[in-house]
Design a binder for this molecule. Structure first.
Ligand code: F6R
Length: 611
């Protein structure tokens, strides 16, 4: 949700910033801008994509060694040139980029207007920079001091970078609630919302903490708290490969990430599961083994696709570990005074590790005494750091806005967790555990096989690409998969889609079914197979057009469905890892055929850092 990037050092800043913004464009793409310091403080900004900004900059003189850039996902004010960042202060002396929301901007704006400040945009960010300027004027202080004092006045979330033409060798940044990473190079520094713009220059990074202020001046990095107390930067070495953030020959990141799943699922299990030697270990779990074994209840908090992975985990944990599980939308949980009892464990699931609602749900659960176990993909992310323990999913960077490989990696990590809890609680028989370990190890090969369905799915997509609506049905472990399939279709192809438990269809959605309604039924051979066959009959009786996802060799459903997609057989509890693959491909191809921007769907952003 908005991407920020900044550079100070010996290289030309502008190309580094533009390249960084392209890497961060998945976070927001309503407008983009840069500010460059070279005697003057020049701002170039434009509605649209980073490529529109590039065209606008054209051959203007961008020579500079200090600068910052922003790609926006609009919160306050529509996407247009004037609302794009960076924003100047009223005097034009200082400029800011900002990711987050300033909640008390309206009262601050009124105050500043009464003091004669003029505003040229509808944004909360312009209020922030004028507040800094006002404080600097009133106190006759340095920019650093003015930023520090301003941080005490604003309520909300922010990651900011501020530049001043009067203090030209300095970058100032700060964070609360929105991510900010510093890249530490040789005589140069980078700042960004995540590490992707940084890693081609350096893999040494510092994650900025909430309420910290970063001052990079004359080649030196200093970090202080908002109370002006110096802190020692903790430099970490990242393991991300450059290849993993590039398209690698695929037309879209989403397609690349779908096809990466055999490897990403394998990576989620690497070092954690070796069936041949009966090795099953999830590092983070060990720290809290006793708590998990004794837990009376597990609450899962997440949003979107991660919430769907949470639903799969509910089935898994209740099946294998016999602990009651509740799955909550983080956005609801945080505002409804939930009952948390001693001994409750909260599992927070998040690809980005930055989702504002999930982070707030964690803080609330913590304040009520719960133990937090995080399942995150992004190493060093806010949710990973706010958790008491956890497991990384190791899916590698996910750039496509629609989540694919993160989902299967989350389900893999959660399966390992459920197996571990079950084995320690003695609720899963050894023979069943062994069989599951072997079966889970075989999943990457089965996903590989499911990916071979791609050509067939292209044909089916051609047939259904113009449908205005689509229904997805599943039961048991395939119910969350139905929700996920529907979410994928609506978010990237803008086709209205609903996921339902197949039996619930009779309680309403069946009224929608006629000869124009495509119904995707996930009907792999499992304990509710006979039941879902009856549901298919019910759809067929109303002339619905059925696309069925079935287990290889199914003899019954092909006679009823218009299209059949056969996926490899696996254990019932592992089915989502395989049955979701054709649904990801279906949504991808339909979106491409409809001319949609698959990697950057309208109105969406990858990382939702505002509530
Ligand atoms: C859907 C999608 C979103 C995210 C949701 C949570 O394809 O990507 O629904 O799953 O915004 O994001 P994380 O997992 O980063 O907390």
């Amino acid at each position: 949700m908005c991407g920020i990037v900044a550079y100070i050092g010996h290289r030309e800043a502008c190309p580094i910033i533009i390249k960084g913004l392209k890497r961060l464009e998945y976070r927001g793409y309503d407008s983009a801008g840069v500010a460059l310091l070279n005697g003057d403080l020049n701002v170039y900004k434009k509605k649209g994509k980073v490529s529109d900004l590039q065209a606008f900059i054209g051959d203007k003189d961008t020579h500079s060694h200090i600068g910052m850039g922003h790609t926006r996902w609009a919160t306050h004010g529509e996407p247009n040139d004037s609302n794009a960042h960076p924003h100047y202060s009223s005097s034009g002396r200082i400029a800011i980029i900002h990711n987050g929301i300033i909640e008390n901007y309206a009262s601050l704006k009124t105050l500043l207007q009464s003091k004669g400040f003029t505003f040229y945009s509808d944004t909360d960010t312009e209020v922030f920079i004028n507040l800094i300027e006002d404080i600097q004027n009133e106190n006759n202080c340095t920019l650093e001091e003015a930023v520090r004092l301003a941080l005490h006045e604003v309520v909300g979330a922010y990651a900011i970078v501020v530049l001043s033409k009067e203090e030209p060798n300095q970058l100032i940044a700060a964070r609360k609630g929105s991510p900010l990473v510093i890249g530490v190079g040789k005589d140069e520094f980078f700042l960004a919302s995540d590490a992707t713009p940084i890693i081609e220059y350096t893999n040494e990074v510092v994650y900025v903490n909430d309420y910290e202020i970063v001052v990079i001046k004359d080649g030196k990095l200093n970090i202080k708290t908002r109370e002006d107390v110096p802190t020692t930067p903790y430099i970490q070495t990242l393991q991300i490969e450059l290849d993993s953030i590039e398209k690698g020959g695929y037309e879209h990141f989403m397609l690349k990430e779908i096809f990466e799943q055999p490897r990403s699922i394998h990576d989620s299990m690497r070092g954690r599961l070796v069936a041949a030697s009966n090795h099953l270990v999830l590092g983070g779990f060990l720290e809290f083994e006793k708590k998990f074994v004794k837990a009376k209840r597990i609450i899962i908090v997440a949003c979107g696709t991660s919430w769907h992975a949470g639903l799969v985990a509910e089935y898994l944990i209740e099946d294998l570990a016999r602990i009651p599980v509740e799955v909550e939308y983080a956005s609801e949980f945080r505002y409804r005074n939930p009952i948390i009892k001693e001994g409750d464990i909260v599992i927070a699931i998040s690809q980005s590790g930055e989702t504002a609602d999930t982070l707030a749900a964690i803080e609330l659960a913590k304040s009520k005494g719960a133990t937090i176990f995080g399942i995150c993909n992004v190493v060093g992310s806010s949710i990973a750091r706010a958790s008491d323990a956890g497991a990384y999913t190791h899916a590698g960077p996910e750039i496509g806005v629609a989540s694919t490989k993160a989902f299967t990696a989350q389900v893999t990590a959660l399966t390992l967790l459920a197996m571990m809890i079950g084995s320690k609680r003695g609720t899963i028989e050894d023979s069943k555990l062994r069989q599951l370990m072997i079966e889970l190890e075989n999943i990457p090969a089965k996903v590989e096989k499911a990916l071979e369905l791609n050509d067939k799915i292209v044909e089916i997509s051609e047939e259904f690409k113009d449908a205005p609506n689509c229904l997805y049905l599943g039961r048991g472990y395939n119910f969350p998969v139905a929700l996920e399939g529907a979410l994928k279709l609506k978010e990237i192809s803008y086709i209205h889609a609903e996921g339902y438990p197949a039996a619930e269809m009779k309680h309403g959605p069946i009224a929608l079914i006629d000869e124009n309604m495509p119904v995707v039924v996930i009907a792999t051979r499992d304990s509710s197979y006979e039941k879902i066959v009856s549901n298919i009959q019910e759809v067929k009786a109303r002339k619905g057009r059925i696309i069925a996802i079935v287990t290889e060799g199914d003899q019954v459903i092909p006679a009823m469905a218009e299209y059949v997609i056969e996926v490899p057989e696996t254990s019932e509890i592992l089915t989502p890892l395989v049955s979701v693959i054709p649904l990801q491909l279906l949504s991808y191809h339909i979106a491409v055929m409809r001319g949609c921007n698959v990697d950057q769907p309208r109105n969406l952003a990858k990382s939702v850092t505002v509530e």
